[in-house]
Design a protein around this ligand. Sequence first.
Ligand code: NAD
Length: 358
Amino acid sequence: MAYRITLIPGDGIGPEVAGATQRVLDATGVGIEWDVRPAGMTALETHGDLLPEETLDSIRRNKVGLKGPMTTPIGTGFRSVNVGLRHALGLYANLRPGKTIEGVQSTFDDIDLVVVRENMEDLYAGVEFDTGSAEARQVIEGINAVSAKQIAADAALSIKMITPEGSRRIVRYAFDYARANDRRLVTAVHKANIMKFTDGLFLKEAQAVAAEYPEIEFNDRIVDNMCMQLMQKPRDYDVLVMPNLYGDILSDLVAGMVGGLGVAPSGNIGPDAAVFEPIHGSAPSHAGKNEANPTAMILSGALMLRHLGERDAAEKVEGAVAGVIRDGQEVTYDLRADRDPSRAATTTGMAEAIVARL
Ligand code: NAD
């Protein structure tokens, strides 16, 4: 076997779309030995832990994982397993391609964008202080002692943290991705006109990194203007790189431009490991019915193949998925114009149609 990959089937529809993905990737002939490990609600029930150490160890050993969606327990005080996984493995880059697939209903056609989102810093670093807490008062007093602008005593605080190293490595990742995948332009997205120190630092580091890649064009856009331009002239853009919060929002915007949840893959990449996953959740109402759309997880598998350097196999999978969707016959209910479940393909049926086209 060429590769040993950790597979986390996850919860809800996870095991079904994961099974369909295994079937398609196995059929490419790229030898994959699957190391199946638990995480999510399923793992909580069997191992008493949402993110068992054995699963993390498996990814650390294999260096690459493919993950189905997980159900987030509500009202139990658990933080998101996905965030836990990214932090435990140092997966600092979130890769979100958005490419039009003919046959998927969407407002735009001919979109081919890649959002690279920083995953660890910014307002999402988790440095927060609740309104009225002793910690918040202490922080506010400290800031008010040195700042011309004063913070109200009862304010809640979320700290926006951007580092030179964090900025450099995410922008470098975006340029390396552009170079490896023949992309022509990298755009840094920021709000440096207002947040001169944090976003200003991100922009300064982005400009410095861009100088190391003279063959790839570079420009920058202010985030609000970027949103408008994506609606007006999306074809002017290619790879977009940005801090965490803007990346969270713009990556969903781009997913929406190409048809939404059911077809959107992603990757989380760090220096020592990478985990690929569909962006959709566990869709509990469809679980166990063999009717969920496996496309997003199969395309996440293709993204994983690219990461492994198996570009030909990745292109074969992407081409087969596009062909099946373009034909519009062997697709799950959500990809049908009439959304008629009685005439739709099952999850496994769609996977077999993709395999037949490889
Ligand atoms: P969801 O993505 O599960 O579902 C949103 C809507 O899209 C639903 O109508 C669902 O039926 C449909 N849908 C999603 N994926 C589909 C697919 N592959 N095929 C057909 N239909 C599909 O989002 P939600 O309902 O907000 O969340 C359900 C659970 O998933 C929650 O516990 C949430 O925390 C979790 N979640 C996990 C992840 C992840 O693990 N990466 C991401 C988002 C949500």
